[in-house]
Ligand binder design. Structure first.
Ligand code: NDP
Ligand code: 2IT
Length: 453
């Protein structure tokens, strides 16, 4: 069977067995198509039915989460944990709490996580979980009760050598604390079953900053390869959560000029540069909307959703040299890619998971915009989670400088392996293909070694 026929056969089976899971199908289609140069050279993946196996999670857990709101009413949400692939290590990946969460979204994230985790060079398998619970507008006590209820079920399936969840959209230090406390109460043990923990109770210095910092280190490696750097570059950033905030912080450290950030209601355009302290005061500390930012920085502009271009995100229509989508999936569309190209953007570096649509990626590629694919560019977060696991296992605490140095070296390795693999397979400069092939090979070869499991 030709390679294309093999890929199409598996994608057809995937569509049939995962009806309506559009984000998962999108992720699978991208990965499988990008493996073409590898599959043309190596027939073993076909012989061992690796593609058929790798698109199916090893285990999918869906559970009810009932919790009591502040009015004494019992509310019900759905909880998920998809344990996708454990060929190279225990399942590892975040938990997302957002009303849009469904099985297809968790499967897309878990599937991406397999290859991302492999790229870090560390021994971590791929998993993801979450809930359609909406933390917005909930009191602290409601969030605590939800997290406790969620952990009652999740606790049956996790373990420091089994499955180690972390944060993602809507899940940060506060939520992880409530979940960790509940796990401890349920089991009577103090174990590193989550990462992103507080510094007083087993967390690692540098984990909070890691995804954003790592994303910027990755972007800097790309630019350096082409004889350029971030210094002096105007940068558009979307999102204003964990990844966006620390992307902005590192861009400022490197003398770049981040001029935007956004939340689900609107975008800030601050031409003289985002004020990091104001952003943290509003979002990280205050947990408020970005409309508050302009009260602290009156020279900044707030652009509400109603003024966004049709099918687009206004962030990408503001002239920039480099774009850092750091909010959510499919937030950078073809319309946006066209605006970026028109305004002379040189680099798109994906801090979020799958933020660019396939059409946008194709357009950026055709117009020679440098591209840092999500699996590589945002892998610094999960890599630092593994550093947290290492510290927990050895009962030690590393300094911020030590963790940051390791993060630097991991991001450099991820860039090198993505770049070199692309070259080896005749796709010079295509980091997306390079990252997908490099991430896949290690997992697929391990699956072959481990037999028909
Ligand atoms: P946060 O919850 O801290 O922040 C998310 C940000 O994105 C918020 O500004 C939020 O706005 C915005 N956002 C979320 N959903 C939507 C949506 N549907 N439409 C528009 N805006 C939206 O999450 P993180 O910063 O942790 O995660 C951001 C991205 O990075 C996600 O794709 C995540 O999967 C990815 N990622 C995260 C890692 C981590 O370590 N945290 C590691 C690797 C990737 P609002 O507050 O209005 O909802
Ligand atoms: O998408 C991701 O890589 C994360 N949300 C972080 C996962 C982790 O285990 O730190």
């Amino acid at each position: 069977m030709s390679v294309l026929k093999y890929i199409d056969k598996v994608l057809k089976q995937t569509a049939k067995s995962s009806p309506g899971q559009v984000e998962f199908y999108q992720a699978a289609e991208e990965v499988l198509h990008s493996l073409k140069p590898l599959l043309e050279r190596e027939t073993k993946y076909d012989e061992y039915n690796i593609l058929e196996r790798i698109v199916v999670p090893e285990r999918t857990i869906i559970f009810r989460v009932s919790w009591v709101d502040d009015n004494g009413i019992i509310q019900t949400n759905l909880g998920y944990r998809v344990q996708f692939n454990s060929a190279i290590g225990p399942y590892k990946g975040g938990l997302r709490f957002h009303p849009s969460v469904n099985l297809g979204i968790i499967k897309f994230l878990g599937f991406e996580q397999i290859f991302k985790n492999s790229l870090t060079g560390l021994n971590i398998g791929g998993g993801k979980g979450g809930s359609n619970f909406d933390p917005k507008g909930k009191s602290e006590n409601e969030i605590m009760r939800f997290c406790q209820s969620f952990m009652v079920e999740l606790s049956r399936y996790i373990g420091e050598r089994r499955d180690v969840p972390a944060g993602d959209i809507g899940v940060g230090g506060r939520e992880l604390g409530f979940m960790f406390g509940q796990y401890k109460k349920l089991t009577g043990t103090f174990e590193g079953i989550l990462t992103g923990k507080g510094l007083n109770w087993g967390g690692s210095l540098g984990r909070t900053e890691a995804t954003g910092f790592g994303s910027v280190y990755f972007a800097e490696h790309i630019l350096n390869k082409y004889g350029d750097s971030l210094k002096g570059k105007t940068c558009a950033v979307s999102g204003s959560g964990n990844v966006a905030t620390y992307t902005i912080q590192k861009l400022l450290d490197l003398d770049a000029l981040p001029v935007t950030c956004s939340d689900s209601q609107g975008t800030i355009y601050h031409k003289s540069g985002i004020d990091l302290e104001a952003l943290k005061a509003v979002k990280e500390i205050g947990r408020k909307r970005l409309t508050e930012y302009v009260k602290l920085c009156p020279d900044a502009e707030y652009i509400p959703l109603s003024k966004y271009p049709k099918d687009g995100h206004v962030c990408w229509h503001i002239p920039c040299d480099c774009a850092f989508p750091s909010a959510t999936q499919n937030e950078l569309t073809l319309t946006d890619a066209k605006a970026l190209v028109k305004n002379g953007c040189k680099l798109v570096n994906e801090g979020a998971n799958m933020p660019s649509t396939p059409e946008a990626i194709e357009y950026l590629k055709a117009h020679k915009v440098l591209f840092g694919p999500a699996k590589a560019a945002n892998a610094g977060g999960v890599a630092t989670s593994q550093l947290e696991m290492s510290q927990n296992a050895s009962m030690s605490n590393w300094s911020f400088a030590e963790v940051d140095a390791k993060l630097h070296s991991i991001m450099k390795n991820i860039f090198n392996i993505s770049y070199e693999t692309a070259k080896e397979y005749g796709c010079d400069g295509d980091l997306l293909v390079g990252a997908n092939i490099a991430g896949f090979k290690k997992v697929a070869d391990s699956m072959i070694d481990q037999g028909s499991v």
